[in-house]
Design a protein around this ligand. Structure first.
Ligand code: UD1
Length: 356
């Protein structure tokens, strides 16, 4: 008998990607929450809003250095996989919970499916890039959101029989909830101005070092000279950005992390977005909101070729913001298979795999 399918979820973006996959699968499933993200606003609110099932277990690993966190994830996951004998483990994205689950499952000879396989920034300094490469090597099913990922996987020697282009489940969630993203409601709820730039910043490269954070804050203040800046702050970097004086400009509105519905509504109502997030590059592409990504590279180039995204350096950020506010860079189109049906396509690939 084939054991249950286990979804391993740990961090905010995992929840958004998993919801349509769990909904589309009609077999015995269990959800392991690793506890990598644990604040109510980083975790529970997403489960509630996205209609995710209560996790069957929460490992409560919490925050720590990469080695300590990954080791705790692996110990907890090995125990759970031993008890539950899954037939297949599904992992999402590129966070530490993703690689930990793939590594434990592979060593226990449990098949692994990786949702969002093959994305590459080719930036070895990003912890996510390490997680992506290794997870794909360990996965029996590489479920791809974007066509260029197929070439990346092939170039790394992944057998083409393991690669399935299924589309983007994060966009399934976005399209499904579109009617709930009520800009007027979110404006009233958070007292947002009519015209604002929405910013999010949490990458280690941007927010961990005080000097870098200070340089970033100077640019964000210059943006706030042009238009009000609304910034829901991820807990990572919060202290450093505040110490660098982020709040010291009257045009800057700092918010706590928002739930999914309020956050995307705030994005939808923004004149433009400034970010270093991965998922937000994709969401702004579909919403048609201009996006400046403060990174030297992206694992999501399709958001540049088909969407509203642009990469900027610190020095380019303010001029590019001014330009985008004056004449917003429009949207070129929708990436292939970002059509709201990725969840059912993933379920189909998985059912075929189980059948075989
Ligand atoms: C993780 C992912 C990153 C993803 C991001 C989405 C890795 C290596 N990185 O980064 O790819 O873009 O999630 O949010 O997995 N913290 C809290 N409460 C929480 C969670 C975190 O206060 O619920 C704080 C802690 O101080 C912690 C820090 O945020 O040390 C970083 O958390 P961590 O899980 O290590 O990585 P993220 O920066 O969230």
């Amino acid at each position: 008998m084939f054991g249950p399918i286990i979804h391993v979820l740990g961090a905010r973006p995992n929840f958004v990607k998993a919801a349509p996959v769990i909904a589309a699968l009609d077999v015995e499933q269990a959800v392991i929450h690793t506890g990598q993200h644990y604040d109510e606003k980083m975790s529970e609110i997403f489960f509630r809003e996205l209609g995710l099932p209560e996790p069957d277990v929460n490992l409560g690993v919490g925050s720590a250095s990469h080695a300590v966190q990954t080791a705790a994830l692996m110990v907890g996951l090995e125990r759970e996989f031993t008890e539950r004998s899954p037939g297949l483990v599904i992992v999402y994205g590129d966070v530490n919970s993703t690689i930990a689950a793939a590594l434990v499952a592979a060593k226990m000879s449990i098949p692994v499916a990786h949702v969002e396989a093959g994305l590459r920034s080719f930036d070895p300094t990003m912890p996510e890039e390490v997680n992506r490469r290794l997870t794909d090597q360990l996965s029996d099913l590489c479920l791809v959101t974007s066509p260029e990922a197929i070439g990346h996987l092939a170039a790394e020697g992944v057998d083409v029989g393991r690669i399935h282009f299924v589309g983007n489940p994060m966009i399934d969630t976005l399209l499904k909830n579109m009617a709930s993203f009520d800009v007027a409601r979110v404006r009233a709820a958070y007292d947002l101005p009519d015209r604002y730039v929405l910013a999010t910043m949490h990458r280690p490269a941007n927010v961990d070092a005080p000097e870098t954070a200070a340089a970033l804050v100077r640019r964000l203040h210059e943006i706030a000279d042009l238009a009000d800046l609304v910034i829901p702050l991820h807990p990572r970097g919060r202290a450093v950005l505040l110490a660098a004086g982020l709040a010291g400009h009257q045009g800057v509105r700092i918010l706590d992390p928002l739930g999914y519905i309020d956050f995307i509504a705030a994005v939808r109502g923004a004149a433009m977005v400034v970010t270093d997030s991965g998922g937000l590059q994709e969401e702004t592409t579909i919403l048609g909101v201009p996006c400046l990504t403060v990174r030297p590279n992206t694992e999501r180039p399709i958001t540049i070729t088909h969407g509203t995204n642009r990469l900027v350096t610190f020095d380019e950020l303010v001029p590019a913001t001014r330009k985008a506010l004056e004449s917003p860079h429009g949207r070129a189109g929708t990436p292939p298979l970002w059509d709201g049906q990725a969840g059912p396509r993933i379920a189909e690939v998985i059912m075929r795999f189980i059948g075989e």
